[in-house]
Design a protein around this ligand. Sequence first.
Ligand code: HEC
Ligand code: HEC
Ligand code: HEC
Ligand code: HEC
Ligand code: HEC
Ligand code: HEC
Ligand code: HEC
Ligand code: HEC
Length: 381
Amino acid sequence: MRRLLPLLAAVVVSTAAAAWRWAPLARDWVDEDQCVGCHRQRDARLVDQWLQSPHMPAGVGCADCHGDDHEAIFARGGRVSAKVCGDCHAAATESFARSGHARAEEAARQNGRFQAAPAAIQRVGCLSCHAIGRLDPDGGRGRCADCHSAHRFSVEEARRPEACEGCHMGPDHPQAEAWRASKHGVVFAQAQDPGVAPTCVTCHLAGDHDTSGGLTLGTTGNGRVLAGTPAGIPMEAADRDTLDAGRARMLAVCGECHSAGFARRQLADADEVKRIADGLVAEAAQILRELHAEGLLAPMPADRPPNPAAGHALVLGGHQLYSDTSAIEQRFFEMSHFRHAIAFKGAYHFSPDHAHWLGYAALQADLTFIRDEARRLRAAR
Ligand code: HEC
Ligand code: HEC
Ligand code: HEC
Ligand code: HEC
Ligand code: HEC
Ligand code: HEC
Ligand code: HEC
Ligand code: HEC
């Protein structure tokens, strides 16, 4: 930063004067040998974005983030570790490190489906979302530019729901679609004001980067259960105090616009939808365990290529594959991974369509198919 300070006066004058122009700038900013000088001829729009960012007037230049050794920059593929941002933004980086986002790359890499996928699918089909928790060689965790895109690094951009929606969508985590369909999304689409109707950031990221704080049963993947509750499907368990603290934090957000009683009733209903959805999936899982014990899955897990995370065991949770499987297990995958998620994530985001037709009704159809297929397999034995 120090390197750039002598140039700052000239830049401030030039921006204040009128539309930005190169002419009044100190000579070495535009010098071919300097980052900006050379790069504005190669990637002019990229340099424009930096010029309009909060960093340029603060004197934070290319080398402050990328370093000044071009060989090292190439070796890193142009990547900037969250640790570099953390040198100047300690609070944001520390609260981000507590969030589930910081564990996202790790979670994908440990997953059986990740390990079974071709390398290009791992990169394009998993890590393009999960690199929000990128692990860099210097120990940095996170790709901050996933919400504050490079090189604008805008807080306004990150506050928009679109900043979240590219990842939080689709059949296993339809938060974007559910929120858009909810009364909140509808009112926001018209008012364009988070003071009128809440967006993702209102409920999950206001003030600090720890997105995990207000969650109780509706956490990532299949969600959670209260410790001691029989689950029947693999789910994280949490004690009553953890759940109460998360709920209190979320209710404080609702309290900005709703009565306490209204908000509590809405969330209690969503908890109940979660428990109903859990119960339907657990019933299907039990049918699959029995068929496995009777040797009726075709092919049996013992006769397939091993699951990279679970070997030849019957897998009915996070590591379940969709290749080398049987029709009934494939249907269970769609049930537990898609419809279960749609029902409870839809309920927590107040979309009646997701909670009911795309969620609950589809779960019932899955269970009917699975019961029927089990009867068929037993009859054909
Ligand atoms: C003389 C011209 C020149 C100068 C000076 C220069 N660069 Fe570059 N830079 C390049 C070229 C050429 C590329 C490769 C572009 C491409 O792949 O199309 C590049 C690529 C990069 C990349 C992307 C690397 C990647 O693998 O994606 C970064 C980041 C970068 N430069 C930063 C800097 C920084 C920081 C400075 C100042 C310390 C700087 N550059 C100075 C010409 C220059
Ligand atoms: C505040 C930090 C910061 C500053 C300042 C900054 N960059 Fe970057 N730059 C990044 C980040 C973050 C990325 C995304 C790479 C990643 O995945 O980590 C990036 C990526 C790049 C890339 C490769 C990706 C692409 O889109 O081609 C180039 C080239 C680049 N920067 C050049 C520059 C130049 C030139 C400047 C100065 C005008 C500059 N950067 C200033 C943080 C910064
Ligand atoms: C050398 C110090 C430095 C580095 C490195 C740095 N920044 Fe900054 N950043 C600043 C300063 C100074 C400001 C402007 C003052 C402020 O708003 O905090 C700023 C502003 C910002 C803002 C806008 C804050 C606001 O309230 O409007 C964001 C977002 C941001 N930086 C993100 C990043 C990210 C992401 C990285 C890493 C890719 C990064 N910064 C790297 C110093 C730095
Ligand atoms: C680049 C993709 C990506 C973007 C953009 C993104 N997320 Fe996430 N998010 C993830 C992934 C992946 C996880 C799962 C992390 C895990 O547990 O492994 C996650 C988890 C979460 C969770 C669950 C709680 C937690 O911390 O684990 C919340 C809440 C969340 N994100 C909110 C948001 C909000 C709000 C935004 C926008 C401001 C956003 N996300 C933007 C990928 C993304
Ligand atoms: C999931 C999306 C997301 C990611 C990833 C993200 N941010 Fe943010 N960031 C936001 C949002 C949203 C705000 C505005 C929060 C608010 O309105 O209170 C923000 C605010 C900021 C601010 C200004 C307010 C403050 O807390 O100082 C800085 C600086 C910042 N982020 C830096 C970073 C850095 C550094 C990283 C990487 C470690 C990062 N952000 C990663 C969404 C994100
Ligand atoms: C009105 C508040 C509110 C808004 C707006 C909101 N959420 Fe949520 N979100 C919740 C609640 C409530 C839960 C479940 C909390 C619990 O576990 O008790 C939740 C849970 C989550 C989870 C964990 C998995 C799940 O769905 O249960 C993610 C990820 C998430 N939200 C992302 C988002 C994204 C992305 C957006 C914007 C498209 C968004 N949320 C908008 C309130 C909100
Ligand atoms: C479109 C973006 C996207 C893609 C592509 C994606 N994920 Fe995710 N993944 C997410 C989000 C967002 C969450 C958080 C879901 C939630 O909380 O509702 C998540 C959650 C997870 C979880 C649960 C994390 C936990 O801590 O419980 C695992 C495991 C996972 N993903 C693995 C993968 C694997 C493996 C791939 C590729 C085969 C993949 N994901 C592809 C966005 C994505
Ligand atoms: C920024 C303000 C704001 C916040 C925060 C907020 N809401 Fe809302 N909510 C609204 C508005 C506005 C409406 C539409 C009001 C109406 O039509 O009566 C609404 C409607 C709803 C509805 C639909 C009611 C219906 O009858 O269709 C539910 C359910 C709801 N909110 C639950 C919640 C919960 C639970 C929280 C906290 C997790 C929350 N809201 C946070 C503004 C907010």
